[in-house]
Design a protein. Sequence first.
Length: 252
Amino acid sequence: MKLTVVGCSGSFPGPDSPASCYLLEAPYEGRTFRILLDLGSGALGALQKYVALESIDAVLLSHLHADHCLDLCGYYVVRKYRPDGALPTLPVYGPEGASERICSAYDLDEDETMSGQFDFRTYPEGPTTVGPFEVVASEVDHPVVAYGLRVSAGGRTLAYTGDTGPCAEVVDLAKGADLLLAEASFREGVVNPPNVHMTGREAAVAAADAGVGRLVITHVPPWYSRDELLAEAKPHFDGELTMASPGATYEI
């Protein structure tokens, strides 16, 4: 699998990065199969630097906050109105209510849907197959229904926390993964609200407890220093540790 960071800014786009969006690619039936993990604010523009918009095969949403899903509105326009003709209906996996959320954000009439462009699907219990990928979604600790995602192909595994506070579900999701893409939106030493996000230290502890091979920290809000969050994590994880940045790629 190949992971490309399209956007990694936490909570809203920053000056150098869109909000959350990660491109995951793997060989499948003689071609490259491409899925997106989230499509947050500002990500649709940046995505075009890496792949053609019509080449995406599925979108997997962690949850329905704007910084993880809202650029589906722009993608709806692309898939419906492109001059060369409408694109086929695209599977979009996410929490219950995703269709209503995106249709409302685009301000469609109550009797209109995006069913011609997106096939909205809720995550099933247990694994589901998306092209070459086996996907397992686990509910994590966030103020709205939110999922962490475990994605495997070719004997390799990526775990993605989405947005979450520290919880046992993150460790279970990431157990033995080759790479953990973990959010760290909070700083140590300040009063943080519970059950919302992790600190750099908490992300590193989860990675160590799960025995992952590599840890990539992401979703740092623009008001915090990425270097400082990385420094918070380093003492707590002995494996390869990096900070996500737009355009960074990882072979898994």
